[in-house]
Design a protein around this ligand. Structure first.
Ligand code: MG
Length: 286
């Protein structure tokens, strides 16, 4: 596979947000997803510094991840209480935060925003419709600037996310497919989920994990190739439905090992099944 197609979640590589773009470029990455910023950076003096650092790197930003102050992914309960747009009392504020990313993405030439919604309420929950309305509002703001809005997969089964997106009913919606999240949350099987979400596929995270096997207990993230995601089969399936970047994510390793794991993942993806991408054309070969 052409290594230029393999990207990285930029702050997994280097936590310092102003140094991270240069660090990724120095390692030869050409494309990145950007990690969420502290909310204060969206309006404060850091905003201009962040834009300057991104531009100076020459990297292509494939998607900017939206995040919110106070989120915790420590365990299932923390995620339920703190993550995404599903928390009614935080929704109006977070909707405003998400919209601030729209202008930032435009200035950086990024074509999309991406986000975790949190654990979706069931369709008969009284809060389902207000959530739909908030997401429509953000999607329309994105559309006004020609951006797509992508939802991270895995916190719910693929069918549930698909139904939610159908109910939001906006043309600029898609998914960022993260197969490891289905293992971490115990919600689905990656190849099955890809079959359901393929028509909405706008991005892919290359991350690995093992399921906990216990309801309500998060699985464990692992270096790529050392978890339960069936990468050879998944890459074969992706060949038929996705030609965009494959973005490496490595979130929970110690700082000392995260960079090593990211480089190992890139080597694995570059070498794995070199014939898989034939249909995409000779330019994609090493
Ligand atoms: Mg991800």
């Amino acid at each position: 596979m052409n290594p230029d197609r393999i990207g990285v979640m930029v702050n997994n590589l280097e936590p310092d947000r102003l140094r991270a773009f240069a660090a990724a470029a120095q390692l030869g990455f050409k494309v990145v997803h950007t990690s969420a910023l502290p909310e204060g950076w969206l309006t404060g003096p850091e905003r201009a510094q962040y834009i300057a650092a991104a531009r100076a790197s020459g990297l292509t930003i494939h998607s900017m991840f939206v995040g919110f102050d106070g989120q915790s992914y420590k365990d299932m309960d923390s995620i339920r209480r703190t993550v995404g747009l599903v928390i009614p009392e935080l929704r109006a504020h977070r909707r405003g935060v998400a919209k601030r990313y729209v202008s930032l993405a435009r200035e950086l030439g990024a074509p999309s925003l991406a986000m975790h919604l949190g654990f979706l309420p069931s369709a008969d929950n009284p809060d389902y419709e207000p959530l739909l309305e908030a997401v429509r509002n953000i999607a329309d703001c994105c559309a006004s600037e020609d951006l797509t809005l992508r939802f991270e997969t895995g916190q719910d089964p693929a069918e549930v996310l698909l139904r939610f997106i159908e109910n939001v009913d906006r043309a600029n919606l898609g998914v960022n497919f993260d197969p490891a999240n289905f293992m971490l949350y115990g919600t689905d099987e990656p190849v099955h989920a890809l079959g359901i979400l393929a028509p909405l596929l706008r991005g892919v995270h290359c991350k690995d994990a093992i399921a906990s096997g216990q309801s309500g207990v998060l699985g464990s993230e692992k270096p790529l190739g050392m978890g339960e995601v069936p990468w050879p089969e998944l890459l074969r399936e992706l060949e038929g439905c996705y030609a965009g970047p494959l973005v490496i994510e490595r979130e929970t390793a110690d700082d000392a090992y995260r960079g090593r794991d990211i480089i190992s993942a890139r080597m694995l993806l570059t070498r794995l099944h070199p014939g898989l991408w034939r249909s995409l054309g000779p330019a994609l070969y090493d």
